[in-house]
Design a protein around this ligand. Structure first.
Ligand code: ZN
Length: 302
């Protein structure tokens, strides 16, 4: 199967050499100066793969598979979280046992957060060739930091729930919580920004612009709802106004809609990753550019 835009190896009796810095698709080795018909001297991958732009279908299929597994993990985590909360509420209200309901709902959310963090870790593995880092290297790293901060925050909240603290400590904890909430809001922006850009490597402009929309829709509604609940917590015993309650409910409803859109988008991206991994595997197995060339030793120009 020959892809679009394969660099033609026509007519030239001696194969052309690569004139500019070009990372190997599998190991990142700089192929500059090597013959386009040769192989990477580090890992033996055909040089031709590394000349195809940055589309996922020409990438290391194992890496694309890792991205797909990450997507699956995140979807499972979100579904688990939603079901856990619903089950917790049902147990709490239905069985009239708020303690059990809270434990089930809270436990499910914690497990979901851990699974989601593992998923995001897989989905943000860097391309072994180093391609794409100039596009999304920063959001990719922010996502990882935000996941770690989120887990640490949950651990801290869990810990402080089991002990009694004085007012000063409580104030410090509230400050830490506000920072953690800001980090998680930034994390949502980073997640969508990363997905927007990696979707261009499929390439899928529709998914890319959906991710761009959700970056603002989900990011702003999440930040808003967190801000509202923080304000409600800080106001203490004062009863919130009806307007406040109403606005907060609408905001949360919007956020739920955007979260479902996010899930559907992830599901589509996971499917596209699967296609691209399959295409990449076929491409890599096809061994173009003179399959019988023995593993080349580097013949640098100059
Ligand atoms: Zn290589």
């Amino acid at each position: 199967m020959s892809g679009d835009g394969i660099v033609p190896t026509t007519s030239a009796p001696a194969a052309a050499a690569i004139a500019q810095d070009t990372p190997c698709r599998k190991c990142g080795y700089n192929l500059r100066g090597l013959s386009v018909e040769g192989r990477c001297p580090e890992c033996g991958t055909s040089v031709g793969f590394s000349l195809q732009g940055d589309l996922l279908r020409y990438c290391d299929p194992n890496w694309v598979d890792a991205l797909r597994r990450g997507v699956k993990c995140i979807i499972a985590a979100v579904v688990l979280g939603i079901f856990g909360v619903v089950a917790g509420i049902a147990l709490g209200v239905g069985a009239g046992n708020a303690g059990i309901g809270f434990a089930v709902g809270g436990g499910a959310v914690v497990v979901a957060m851990i699974v989601a963090a593992v998923g995001w870790w897989m989905l943000t593995q860097p391309d072994p060739s180093g391609l794409g880092e100039d596009q999304y290297g920063t959001p990719r790293k922010i996502i990882r930091v935000a996941q770690v901060v989120g887990l640490a925050h949950v651990a801290l909240v869990g810990l402080t729930a089991t002990i009694t603290v004085d007012d000063a400590t409580l104030l410090a904890l509230q400050a830490v919580s506000v920072v953690a909430i800001v980090v998680s809001a930034v994390g949502i922006f980073a997640e969508c920004s990363y997905l927007e850009r990696i979707a261009r490597r499929i390439p899928d402009e529709k998914l890319s612009s959906r991710a761009h929309f959700l970056m603002w829709a989900l990011g702003v509604s999440y930040a808003g709802s967190q801000l509202m609940s923080t304000a409600a917590n800080l106001s203490g015993s004062r009863r919130p106004t009806q307007g406040f309650v109403c606005f907060n409910a609408i905001l949360n409803l919007f956020m739920l809609v955007f979260l479902i859109m996010f899930l559907l988008m992830l599901e589509k991206i996971g499917k596209r990753f699967k296609e691209q991994a399959t295409a990449a595997r076929q491409t890599w197995a096809a061994v173009p550019f003179q399959a019988l060339t023995p593993p080349a030793t580097g013949t640098p120009l100059v």
